[in-house]
Design a protein around this ligand. Structure first.
Ligand code: FE
Length: 201
């Protein structure tokens, strides 16, 4: 089996935002699909380790901002590779706009945002799938949306030459040092599992 086949699926990339008890948070997902048009519903799958996941389970609402091809790696680092449990991802002196549901959306480096209200959820083990009614949406930019393939080819940093021996995360570049990668290993930076690691020769 060649897991690189999974990178050929034309996912988009999204900043998923939620709000609970006056606190805003966001993370990166590649798992948004429109599943029905009438009613207009989308599905998202969110890793249970993400703080945003818990907020959506509690509040039942989210915004997904559709990233544009102009989004740089710092956006993925900021929202994807650190946890809202120990970092404040939105600073008070640079307020971002809010959609009708009161949740932040990202107005720059995006092409659209979608406001969802959870209709049903499915336990997928590591993730929860939320199927949601689209309560509101708008276009924020004119460029092409970011795809996962474009991210892998052009946005994420190229692997550095390294003296280290071990395994490199293909998603974020994190290096695990050691001769064997435990099969249940989870990347501490981006939360992807052992299947997304490659041996450094
Ligand atoms: Fe990683």
């Amino acid at each position: 089996m060649n897991n690189s086949a999974m990178y050929k699926i034309s996912y988009g990339l999204y900043v998923l935002t939620a709000r609970e008890d006056g606190r805003d948070n966001g993370c990166i997902i590649n798992t948004l699909e429109q599943v029905t048009t009438s009613p207009n519903r989308v599905s998202i799958a969110v890793n249970k380790q993400n703080y945003t996941h818990d907020m959506i389970r509690q509040t039942g609402v989210f915004n997904a901002s559709v990233l544009s091809g102009d989004a740089g790696f710092e956006v993925f680092k900021h929202f994807g590779f650190q946890s809202g449990r120990d970092t404040e991802k939105f600073v008070k002196d640079a307020p971002l706009p809010r959609a009708k549901n009161g949740l932040i959306y990202i107005p720059e480096i995006t092409v659209a945002y979608i406001s969802g209200r959870v209709w049903q959820e499915i336990d997928l083990g590591t993730h929860t799938m939320f199927i949601a009614d689209v309560e509101d949406c708008d276009v924020t930019g004119t460029g092409a949306p970011m795809t996962y393939a474009y991210y892998h080819a052009n946005v994420k940093p190229k692997p550095q030459k390294t003296e280290k021996k071990g395994f490199r995360c293909k998603i974020c570049g994190y290096v695990y040092e050691g001769d064997e990668l435990p099969p249940d290993f989870v990347c501490p930076i981006c939360k992807h599992g052992a299947a997304d690691f490659e041996r450094i020769e």
